[in-house]
Design a protein around this ligand. Structure first.
Ligand code: NAD
Ligand code: MG
Length: 392
């Protein structure tokens, strides 16, 4: 039996992962499941899978979790307990916590030399070189789960990386893609949170509308595959059928296609290096009829320009970028700033921290450096958000 743990099991990716596992009875031994405030769901998942341990990020919910769990399943709470559960011996670990909170547990799993299925893109954005060097040291395998990166990974199979000329990551454009530019500032969290094609967690859905999700993915592609930034392109593709394309030096382009269903990318990482049948809808191109592509408008989506700044600056800039983005998203979701203010705040934070040398990050970057930069960027973003709310 394959021993598996799922970090963030109560979320969108976590639930999809568990649904695949449930469809293959007797094949998996579930070690650890972790979640946040939704301890009822977490306990139910643990009971159904017979997990060894269930961990909530919220210490005040530990008793509630314990009461909801059947006898024999261990309960724990807090960020450290999540990292400890992530370090339990498992053959395959899904990293599907949202945000920078996923970094330390992912690293803890990597230290054990396991196979880490990485949905948490923030891990590579905030700490790419650190994470990859720890994986090289422990012998851990990291497999991409973000659909675009899974697509690139699949297109590269059997290819010589030196023969890659460019990669193209597609973007649906998110919920507000057809809105007139001048209305974007008025968009509410509900409007930005209605994705045209994918059913995902709320935060990544709003990040899709602002294109911060795509900005994170461009940086993730640079870190994971080692592509130079000028070889990574973004293309708006409304149908979300082509997930990414890889162009080779001979002019050939390999595209990865599939319906927008994360169970494909999750299942690919679960079964790698094999391919097995997965319960995803089969693509019917005749029914879809047409696929459209157009270049992104960077005036509408400044996050894409910011991603290039982040890659050019390097060091700890990715950690600051992600944290400032998370804080700005918090403020937008709490209706403390407008949709279009998010990019403005993030850019301000990056420029301030670049000027002060806080993100230069010389030498080997440690987890402590990343967490310190993360906290400093969040504090700056909150400060900038407060100043903004006083002037609006
Ligand atoms: P989600 O919000 O649906 O679920 C997040 C999970 O993380 C939940 O289990 C939640 O309880 C847990 N969590 C939240 N805050 C936490 C904290 N501080 N400490 C510990 N656990 C915490 O998110 P999602 O859409 O499943 O996305 C998960 C990750 O996968 C994100 O990094 C996202 O960018 C990435 N991803 C998601 C999709 C998708 O289709 N949903 C696609 C590609 C990549
Ligand atoms: Mg993606």
């Amino acid at each position: 039996m394959k021993r598996v743990s799922i970090l963030g099991s109560t979320g969108s990716i976590g639930q999809s992962t568990l649904s695949l596992i449930a469809g293959r009875p007797g094949e998996y031994d579930v070690v650890a499941l972790t979640g946040g405030r939704n301890v009822e769901l977490l306990a139910r998942q643990a009971a159904e899978t017979g997990a060894a341990i269930a961990v909530t990020s919220e210490p005040d919910l530990l008793d509630q979790l314990r009461d909801a769990l059947p006898a024999g399943i261990e309960a724990a709470a807090g960020a450290e307990a999540i990292a400890e559960a992530a370090a339990r011996r498992a053959d395959w670990v899904m990293s599907a916590i949202v945000g920078a909170a996923g970094l330390a547990p992912g690293l803890a799993a990597i230290e054990t030399g396991t196979t880490l299925a990485l949905a948490n893109k923030e891990t590579l954005v905030a700490a790419g070189p650190l994470v990859l060097s720890r994986a090289a040291a422990s012998g851990a395998t990291i497999l991409p789960v973000d659909s675009e990166h899974s697509a690139i990974f699949q297109a590269l199979r059997g290819e010589d990386p030196a023969a890659v000329e460019r990669v193209i990551i597609t973007a649906s454009g998110g919920a507000l893609r057809d809105w007139p530019m001048e209305r974007l500032a008025e968009a509410t969290p509900e409007e930005a949170g209605r994705h045209p094609n994918w059913a995902m967690g709320n935060r990544i859905t709003v990040d899709s509308a602002s294109m911060f999700n795509k900005a994170l993915e461009v940086i993730e592609a640079k870190e994971f595959f080692g592509f130079s930034p000028d070889r990574i392109e973004v293309l708006i593709h409304h149908e979300s059928i082509v997930h990414a394309l890889v162009g080779f030096v001979d002019g050939g382009v390999m595209a990865h296609l599939g319906p927008p269903d994360m169970r494909h990318a999750i299942g690919h990482a679960l079964d790698w290096p094999d391919r097995r049948a997965l319960p995803v809808e089969r693509l019917d191109l005749a029914k879809i009829g047409q696929l459209s592509f157009r270049p992104p408008d960077e005036a509408r989506w400044p996050a894409l320009r910011l991603a290039r700044d982040v890659m050019a600056r390097g060091g700890l800039t990715g950690a600051a970028f992600n944290a400032a983005k998370e804080a700005a998203l918090d403020a937008f979701l709490a209706r403390q700033m407008r949709f279009t203010d998010m990019a403005h705040i993030v850019e301000t934070v990056l420029d301030e921290m670049d000027a002060s040398g806080e993100t230069s990050g010389r030498g080997d970057i440690s987890l402590g450096d990343v967490l310190e930069t993360d906290a400093a960027a969040r504090a700056r973003a909150r400060g900038a958000a407060t100043r903004l709310s006083q002037t609006v």
